[in-house]
Design a protein around this ligand. Structure first.
Ligand code: TRP
Length: 330
């Protein structure tokens, strides 16, 4: 039996090179060895204000980007969260098991309520419970998540504990974090102390998967580099350069030592020009496939629908077991 892996992206901002290198690139390898589900968390996006048209367009765009990046809708179940109503259904049951004290501790809630002072809604607060439902519906064994989502995964595990205490074991599976091999963490281009974030307001900080060649070149050439001239991988003293070298290394398959040798005696500018080229070459076929997919919305609708139907069939089983266990008449 293959283990089940589940992960998703909130439908906000732009999918970036950081998402590709840190997550989606790894998912592609996982699809061979595991039973994988990947979804777009559009309901989670609603916790901050979304323009309806932008949200709708972005959902198609992210879905097409998943496919263009090489996630295979036959090998994986790829779906849209809101098309599987079981997510919100399970979420309610879990909400009734989660003490407010546990939610109060969530650092992301604290950060987001500072950022969106005018819209501190209850969904922002219960966000991690919906995330727990996403995971538990599919009996996921492993969840690849970034550092910023660790606490939410811990809460999910706590919720399994609350459920088992009250209703017994064997209904929900206890998930674990999946720690990838390289786990490359890509940093912001202008501020390499921060992670490259898809919801960054300053677009100079990230390369989007669907940026054109001109934009990519401009952003890479304009990336902040450190004082000094030597091309040396050292995240402590040269965070900007080291970030660029990490990107270079992952995309080219060369180690950072090999890059240091190759660029001995050369300047930061040389490396930037070559890196921009590597990024452009990597993303060009993705962009082409993306443009193709986006031309045919009906086809995308079809693929979403079939993914969501497969997801529903799986999630329904867990939900029915939960409903029965808690005493709802079926
Ligand atoms: N909260 C995650 C993020 O913003 C997205 C997400 C929602 C998720 N549900 C999930 C990730 C379940 C993993 C598993 O990145």
């Amino acid at each position: 039996m293959k283990k089940t892996i589940l992960s998703g992206s909130t439908v906000t901002g732009d999918l970036t090179l950081g998402n590709y290198i840190g997550a989606i690139h790894n998912w592609k390898q996982l699809q061979e060895k595991y039973d994988c589900l990947y979804f777009l968390a559009d309901l989670h996006a609603l916790t901050v204000f979304q323009d309806p048209k932008v949200l709708r367009d972005r959902t198609y765009s992210f879905f097409a980007q998943y496919l263009a990046l090489g996630l295979d809708p036959q090998k994986n179940i790829i779906f849209v969260q809101s098309q599987v109503p079981e997510h919100t259904e399970l979420s309610w049951v879990l909400t009734c098991l989660t003490p407010m004290g546990y939610l109060n501790r969530m650092t992301q809630f604290k950060e987001k309520s500072e950022k969106h002072v005018k819209n501190i809604n209850a969904g922002l607060y219960t966000y991690p419970i919906l995330m727990a439902a996403d995971i538990l519906l599919y009996q996921a064994d492993l969840v690849p998540v970034g550092e910023d989502q660790r606490q939410h995964l811990e809460l999910c595990r706590d919720i399994v504990g609350f459920f088992e205490n009250r209703y017994g074991e064997g209904i929900l599976k206890m998930p674990e974090a999946y720690i990838g091999k390289s786990g490359a963490r890509i940093m912001s281009l202008q501020d390499p102390e921060k992670k490259m974030s898809k919801s960054d307001e300053n677009e100079k900080n990230f390369v989007s998967i669907i940026d054109d060649a001109k934009k990519i070149e401009k952003k890479i050439k304009g990336a902040a580099t450190d004082s000094g001239t030597e091309i040396k991988y050292d995240p402590e003293t040269k965070p900007g350069l080291s970030n660029l070298m990490t990107i270079y290394s992952v995309l080219s398959g060369k180690t950072t030592e090999e890059l240091e040798k190759e660029y001995e005696g050369k300047m930061y500018g040389h490396l930037k020009v070559d890196l921009a080229d590597v990024v452009v070459q990597t993303l060009r076929p993705v962009r082409e496939k993306y443009d193709d997919l986006m031309k045919n919305k009906d086809h995308l609708d079809q693929l979403m629908k079939s993914g969501s139907e497969r997801a529903r069939a799986r999630s329904r089983v867990t939900l029915e077991n939960v409903y029965k266990a808690v005493g709802l008449v079926r």
